[in-house]
Write a protein that binds this ligand. Structure first.
Ligand SMILES: Nc1ncnc2c1ncn2[C@@H]1O[C@H](COP(=O)(O)OP(=O)(O)OP(=O)(O)O)[C@@H](O)[C@H]1O
Ligand SMILES: [Mg+2]
Length: 352
């Protein structure tokens, strides 16, 4: 196996957050704080190989951006080590800056009064890329990402998707081996999102870069990533090749809508049936049945359920296939619902 381009070993990061409590009625001052410790990384370890797109998938506040910042040297871990191209990020910060291109979520990397081409020239110079190399690379990148016709328009006149494409070009101007993309397609339309995903795949698989993509969208991960780490409250709860993660999705869940309630007992032992639950919502009687991954078993299970329901004298009004989503995969892996709140519970207020 080749050496990884990115590696995190037992990385921990905690943030202290201070919550401002209600205004003090008498003094009209905000003097009360509630101190919370937030775990943004709890013993996180993973590696990314050259030519690999690694996805970091997790809910809001899980620690995705913090991880990106630690790899690019913007945030210092409390414990553990981060390596880029075999170099310790903490000790070789300067060398690493040239190896890593980063696009952070929602940040204004580009200079808006300048044009895309001027931005690339500016950032290239800043990163010691000069002359003909810079000129050619800037044009190649604009071509590659599909911004050539916008190269001489002020950035502030570009659309959000076009600005995002430019941010990716800027991250690539020093030809880094490692590319860190924090939520690269959030807020983009289907077309721009598609274009960016295609470019990311091309420059990773075709050019041997190592790419980290963060997202809270399972579909983005599914289309883009070779391997996925699922992160929740700073913990990497699963780290699997995409194909294995997809197996968790390939379990088929069907919702049978019935004319009257039906017990689940007779369904449970049926071949091909993994589980059956009753669900009463909006005055409807539904049975939620998960069937086997194997196609033949699943098909047998499906018809066995239909027959069993008929045997119970129930009429099936409709059958729907329930989409598996991040939430359900999360539930299966962690045994807990996906929790968007990474903060600890309330603690004693302290006076400042
Ligand atoms: N500078 C900071 N000071 C205090 N707390 C922070 C700081 N940066 C991040 N946090 C906390 O660390 C946790 C992880 O934040 P992070 O930005 O890494 O999450 P994320 O996975 O990127 O979420 P999102 O999907 O919303 O972008 C959050 O609970 C956040 O409040
Ligand atoms: Mg984030």
């Amino acid at each position: 196996m080749t050496d990884p381009l990115v590696e995190m070993r037992g990385v921990r990061k905690q943030f202290v957050t201070r919550h401002v409590l209600a205004l003090d009625e008498e003094t009209r001052k905000r003097r009360f704080y509630k101190r919370n410790l937030v775990d943004a990384a709890m013993d996180v370890s993973f590696a990314i190989q050259p030519g690999e797109i690694f996805g970091l998938l997790g809910p809001n506040g899980a620690g995705k951006t913090t991880t990106v910042k630690m790899i690019s040297g913007l945030v210092k871990p409390d414990a553990g080590q981060v390596f880029v191209a075999g170099m310790d990020v903490e000790r070789k910060r300067k060398q690493i800056l040239r190896q890593v291109g980063v696009v952070l979520e929602g940040t204004r990397t580009s200079l808006w009064p300048l044009t895309p081409l001027e931005n690339l020239m500016y950032y290239g110079n800043l990163k010691n890329v000069r002359g003909a190399v810079l000129h050619d690379r800037a044009h190649d990148l604009l071509d590659f990402i599909g911004l050539q016709d916008k190269k001489n328009i002020q950035v502030r006149r570009l659309s959000r998707g076009q600005k995002q494409k430019l941010a990716i070009c800027i991250a690539l101007i020093a030809d880094p081996r490692v590319l860190l993309l924090d939520e690269p397609t959030t807020g983009l339309d289907v077309q721009s999102s598609r274009a960016i995903k295609d470019r990311i795949i091309e420059m990773t698989h075709g050019q041997g870069r190592a790419v980290l993509v963060t997202t809270h969208d399972m579909h983005v991960a599914q289309e883009l990533c070779d391997r996925v780490g699922i992160i929740n409250k700073g913990r990497l709860v699963a780290c699997k090749p995409m194909s294995e993660l997809l197996e968790l999705f390939s379990e088929h869940v069907f919702v049978f809508k019935l004319d009257a309630p039906a017990g689940t007992g007779p369904l449970r032992g049926l071949p091909g049936v993994l589980s059956a639950e009753e669900e009463a919502a909006g005055g409807e009687n539904s049975l939620v049945v998960s069937l086997a991954t194997d196609e033949a078993e699943r098909s047998a299970g499906f018809y066995a359920v239909m027959r069993a329901l008929e045997g119970m004298g129930r009429r099936v009004l409709a059958v729907q296939q329930r989409q598996q989503n991040l939430e359900s995969v999360f539930l299966r892996i962690t045994g807990q619902p996906l929790d968007a709140d990474g903060d600890a519970g309330p603690e004693d207020p302290e006076q400042e």
